[in-house]
Design a protein around this ligand. Structure first.
Ligand code: SF4
Ligand code: SF4
Ligand code: FES
Length: 345
């Protein structure tokens, strides 16, 4: 590959091997990797390198790309184990993360079905967007539509401005730790969109959307691992959106609404009272006695036999310095509540 980005600058060139994931379900029984070694200059992106490989070395390598400018989201793939946009990722940037010197591994996104080579099927994500009604159902009457603008205050827009930057590339979906274990989980990209729609005052189905979000596989299943936010190709604070939906759920539907909110309440109460969790009763306070007996009794019996049960509540002594901690905790909770109120104004 020889095209220079600036003819006046003497380019550094290196032989780089692209180790590309290959799988064609029509002919292959299992996936494998193909190596393509090309000369790459500083300033060249992973997508341009793949285009070169496709044009000059192997036309069968399949990947998706369109805008080549980080706008359409179609070129997301895993480069050296991290989900990224191939069109905005410089080869030189990822060289440091090569396990073998100058060998860049390129794989499809995870947590979505594979179509071929680096192409994944985005339909499951689109279906989830539909299931969670991720569009604005306008409060404007049909007669008025198209005849006048439907404006919102600037302060309102600032609350979801960053969320509107999402290009639906699915990089965050690929990195989500819950999705790897449970493909039905709502997914970070869908939560982000849902937050954005629910914060929009022109929308009329806030309650309906929220009711879906608090069900099983919804917002309370997130483990706060932050992988989605660390990965987001547009640096969107996805966790703020997830917290925003949870706060909204507690405010609009109450603490007793779902096991997730009850878990959060029990967690906070333990931390405030003892500075640590009272694990023995956490499942009962979260899911109730019947659920706990039905689902956790066999595991509890095994733990009793192995003497691994957590201590009962009276034996969980408050942490050292609990009085100071408790007053700090209450102070912090007060500030968080004040902050939330001022955000909502
Ligand atoms: S923070 Fe939640 S949504 Fe984000 S990657 Fe982790 S589990 Fe998934
Ligand atoms: S939130 Fe970020 S990483 Fe996830 S789909 Fe949107 S732009 Fe891509
Ligand atoms: S090709 Fe459009 S974002 Fe990469």
């Amino acid at each position: 590959m020889t095209v220079s980005t600036d003819p006046h600058i003497e380019e550094v060139k290196k032989d780089i091997t692209f180790r590309v994931f290959r799988f064609n379900p029509q002919i292959d029984s299992k996936p494998y990797f193909d190596d393509y070694t090309i000369k790459v200059e500083r300033g060249i992106t992973v997508l341009r390198s793949l285009n070169y490989i496709k044009e000059h070395l192997d036309s069968t390598v399949s990947f998706r790309a369109f805008c080549q400018a980080g706008i359409c989201g179609s070129c997301a793939m895993r480069v050296n184990g991290q989900s990224k946009l191939a069109c905005t990722t410089q080869v030189w940037e990822v060289l440091e993360k090569c396990r073998e010197p100058n060998v860049i591994k390129v794989e499809p996104l995870r947590n979505l079905p594979l179509v071929k080579d680096l192409i994944v099927d985005m339909d499951p994500l689109v279906d989830k967007m539909k299931n969670y009604s991720n569009w604005v159902e306008s409060t404007m009457s049909e007669e008025e539509m198209g005849k006048k603008e439907f404006l919102i205050p600037e302060e309102e827009f600032l609350r979801y401005d960053k969320a509107t930057d999402c290009i639906l590339c699915a990089s965050c979906v690929s990195e989500c730790s819950i999705l790897r274990a449970n493909s039905e989980y709502v997914s970070p990209a869908v939560l982000l969109k849902s937050y954005r729609m629910n914060a929009d005052s022109r929308d009329s189905i806030h309650d309906l959307r929220l009711a879906e979000l608090v069900k099983d596989h919804g917002v309370w299943d997130c483990t706060h691992c932050y992988r989605c936010q660390e990965t987001c190709v547009k640096s969107i604070p996805i966790m703020d959106a997830i917290h925003g939906i949870r706060e909204d759920a507690i405010e609009c539907r109450g603490m007793k609404d779902t096991s997730g909110s009850k878990h959060a309440e029990a967690f906070m109460s333990d931390i405030e009272k003892k500075g640590k969790l009272v694990e023995a009763t956490l499942p009962i306070r979260t899911n109730g006695m019947v659920w706990t007996l039905r689902n956790l009794l066999p595991m509890a019996m095994k733990m009793i036999v192995k003497r691994r049960t957590p201590p009962p509540p009276p034996l969980v002594k408050p942490s050292k310095g609990i009085k100071v901690f408790r007053s700090m905790f209450r102070e912090m909770t007060k500030h968080v509540r004040e902050d939330q109120k001022s955000h909502k104004k």
